[in-house]
Design a protein around this ligand. Structure first.
Ligand SMILES: Nc1nc2c(ncn2[C@@H]2O[C@H](COP(=O)(O)OP(=O)(O)O)[C@@H](O)[C@H]2O)c(=O)[nH]1
Ligand SMILES: [Mg+2]
Length: 433
């Protein structure tokens, strides 16, 4: 299982490294506060007096509107746990539709997710002891009676990837299709190079058609399939299956991402995004922050005024390593952050809600990937999602309620699938209460 096995499976303790970050952030906060007090007096920041001010550990000062909201929800959790997805779903649930410009950005992000996603599979091959062959593997045999011998399956002259692709190619003004000359197995080298050197999609321009074939062929290559099935060992993007199973649609000339496409896109959140939602009888400010290790120092101590923390954990991360650190286990990493958030000075008064997210992926992988392999004290049987969920609920709840505390606050735990708008609608209605 490579370096992905949890090394602290019993503890959930805060590592020395995290403690050090913690102390450092405390120190920076003190300095920042003093600096701010001095600056506020003299500078243009004086217009921010009386407003709430959010501090970054980088000492940047961000004024927040003078608190018209009576609820500030901070989304926390490690990278890829689903924070930005919750934010997107809140917009859909509370009728704050995406603008044409936002949709265009998401469209371009889809192309990025396809090309970079596939590239991240290539990059993971070596780590997984796999490699791409020098020629495509799925080739018509010598005795093919239709004369397709020596061509890649589905890409012999005139085939162009088969029916699913024909309509897109026609609509893109390629009636004869890209496969007029057929695709020879050694085209793989050229195809890989194309993906590796892909540039960003351009404003208002359909995805370049010459990527359609290479993306599809490479996605079907056996070593890529195997790498994908072992994605947990390399932290491959979980949305690849969704987008790659629908390539012709994405390459249509008038393609605009659907709500589900938008929810499935993945972008690394850098810094902080704030969105205000008008609920039935109050306003809610939702703050989405970057979750990768490098981003965390920005958030740990900076939100004294938040009313609630929505903490996201990827349930399916129990057998996965981190994108930024293949030796760390995602679930273990989440437990470490959870522990420090629950016991942080700043969040003493804050209500905390835990979302055990990506339940859909959890349900799928639990059948073949045993929790016990990664958390040795788990004593349920392989494939039992109910027992698995209960186990993690208990682990998180135990971390939140350390012994020796006089009055414990309540922690609310929900199992969620953030990509499912209907599931989120129900859960968020309960949360907003
Ligand atoms: N299948 C599935 N994918 C999810 C779920 N929640 C989030 N994702 C996907 O996981 C990826 C990372 O989510 P994102 O919200 O960007 O994570 P963040 O880094 O915490 O903001 C995106 O591609 C999402 O579509 C879920 O419940 N199920
Ligand atoms: Mg994000």
């Amino acid at each position: 299982m490579g370096g992905c096995v949890s090394t602290q499976a019993h503890g959930g303790e805060v590592s020395e490294h995290d403690k050090q970050l913690h102390r450092q952030a405390e120190k920076e906060l003190k300095i920042a506060k003093a600096k701010m007090a001095a600056q506020v007096k003299a500078s243009h920041l004086s217009q921010c007096i009386g407003e709430r001010v959010v501090l970054f550990s980088s000492l940047r000062i961000i004024p927040m509107p003078s608190s018209p909201q009576d609820m500030t929800v901070l989304l926390l959790g490690s990278g890829d746990s689903g924070k930005s997805t919750i934010n997107k779903q809140m917009r859909l649930i509370h009728s704050r539709p995406f603008t044409a410009q936002e949709k265009e950005s998401f469209r371009q992000l889809v192309f990025d997710n396809l090309t970079r996603g596939l590239k991240s599979v290539f990059d993971a091959l070596e780590h997984l002891d796999l490699e791409l062959p020098e020629a495509y593997t799925n080739v018509y045999p010598e005795d093919d009676f239709q004369g397709r011998a020596g061509f890649v399956r589905g890409w012999a002259p005139g085939e162009c990837g088969g029916d699913a692709f024909a309509s897109t190619l026609r609509r893109r003004g390629e009636p004869k299709g890209c496969g007029e000359d057929g695709v020879k197995p050694d085209r793989i080298t050229e195809d890989v190079k194309l993906i590796e050197e892909a540039e960003d999609a351009r404003d208002g321009v359909p995805f370049p058609l010459n990527f359609l074939g290479p993306l599809q062929r490479l996605w079907e290559e056996p070593s890529v399939r195997e790498a994908w099935s072992r994605g947990n060992e390399a932290a491959l993007p979980e949305n690849l299956q969704y987008f790659f199973s629908d390539l012709p649609r994405l390459f249509n000339p008038d393609y605009i991402p659907t709500e589900q496409d938008i929810v499935q896109t993945r972008a690394r959140t850098i810094g902080i995004t704030e969105t205000t939602f008008h609920l039935k009888d109050h306003e809610m400010l939702m703050v989405d922050v970057g979750g990768q290790k490098s981003e965390r120092r920005k958030w740990i101590h900076c939100f004294q005024d938040v009313t609630s923390i929505l903490f996201l954990v990827s349930l399916s991360g129990y057998d996965q390593c981190l994108v930024e650190d293949r030796d760390a286990n995602q679930m273990q990493d989440a437990m470490t952050i959870w522990d420090s958030i629950c016991h942080s000075q700043w969040f003493k008064q804050t209500s905390i809600i835990l979302f055990l997210n990506k339940d859909d992926l959890f349900q799928k992988k639990i059948k073949s990937s045993h929790i016990k392999t990664f958390f040795p004290d788990f004593d349920g049987e392989l494939g039992n999602a109910v027992v698995g969920r209960e186990y993690f609920k208990k682990r998180f709840s135990r971390l939140a309620h350390k012994a020796g505390r006089a009055k414990e606050r309540e922690i609310y735990i929900h199992v969620t699938t953030a990509t499912d708008t209907e599931n989120l609608r129900v859960v968020m209605a309960a949360v907003e209460e």
